[in-house]
Design a binder for this molecule. Sequence first.
Ligand code: TRP
Length: 363
Amino acid sequence: MSATKPRSCDTDAALAEARRRSRSLEAELRAEPRGQRVVTGDRPTGPLHLGHYFGTLENRVKLQELGVDVFVVVADYQTIIDRTSPETMRDDVAGLVADYLAVGIDPERTTIFAHSEVGALNQLMLPLLSCVTVAELSRNPTVKDELEAAGGRAMSALMFSYPVHQAADILSCRGTVVPVGRDQLPHLELARSIARRFNRRYCPELTLFPEPRALLSEAPMLLGIDGTKMSKSRGNAIAISASAEETARLIGRAKTDLEREITYDPERRPDVANLLLLAALFQRRRPEDIAEDVGSGGAAALKRTVTESVNERLREIRARRAELISDAGYLRAVLASGAERARAVAGETLREARLAMHMNYDD
Ligand code: TRP
């Protein structure tokens, strides 16, 4: 087995290379959307926020509209890594599906499924675990971060092996493309190694698992209202599903600085720059132009502009989401039909994998 590669985003050169590959992949997807399968997903840990909207959701809808076959995993097993109480799971899953549909993911074309409902996917994790070493998992940056964040508390073996579970999500669907942020590149590198090793070990004459390629997201990182990365767990996020009033209140509380004149200066004025960026994304304009508009209006005028841009653009999405969330039966039906499709695909993958491992005993 080949030596482990260094983290793919270790150096600027490696990142530039990942970007270059990703751009050519994007061109391929445009030219020939049919041959590819995108696999992506989220952990149901609470409502999706504005960072998700620009970071991933828009892109999923774009891929769907191009005609690419998209599978979206509701990674419910991944939440038991850190969740202490399971009571909100069902609502969180329903809320996530409602978020997806509200932003334009179409369940007729895109397969939305909870991975706990797809037995074959989870069974596939066993042979995949055999394709990775404990040392490799220990070096995974996310696993390392989590270990540090745990601050001495014990880490569960599921947490430790979760990059392999994510590989099972991708490989069971035989995904060829995975949209990722830079921080997820090491996960994808691992999924690629696992695919390669399985193929080499059990079926060198055919490619049972395609090596999934990274579609690198170029979306800018949004900061939350406290000036740190917008994140569900930090309580600093503005949910897509927040009401207009709640949005106004949250943006009203966002950090700014004491300078009256509004200028776009991400280095020196990161908090003001973040608000300008938000307004710019929602208005599809440049942050510099928004700054010019606001000018000497100061932070109050800036916050009004941001609030209006967010609320304006999300009005329809929020109305649709409110309707969806009140139709629990429909949301359940979407998940059920997604699970059925995913079970057919993952079941066939597992069948072929077991055949390759000579674990077929009935003929
Ligand atoms: N780990 C991802 C996250 O926390 C979610 C996820 C689960 C995922 N399975 C996946 C992403 C498969 C891409 C492909 O955001």
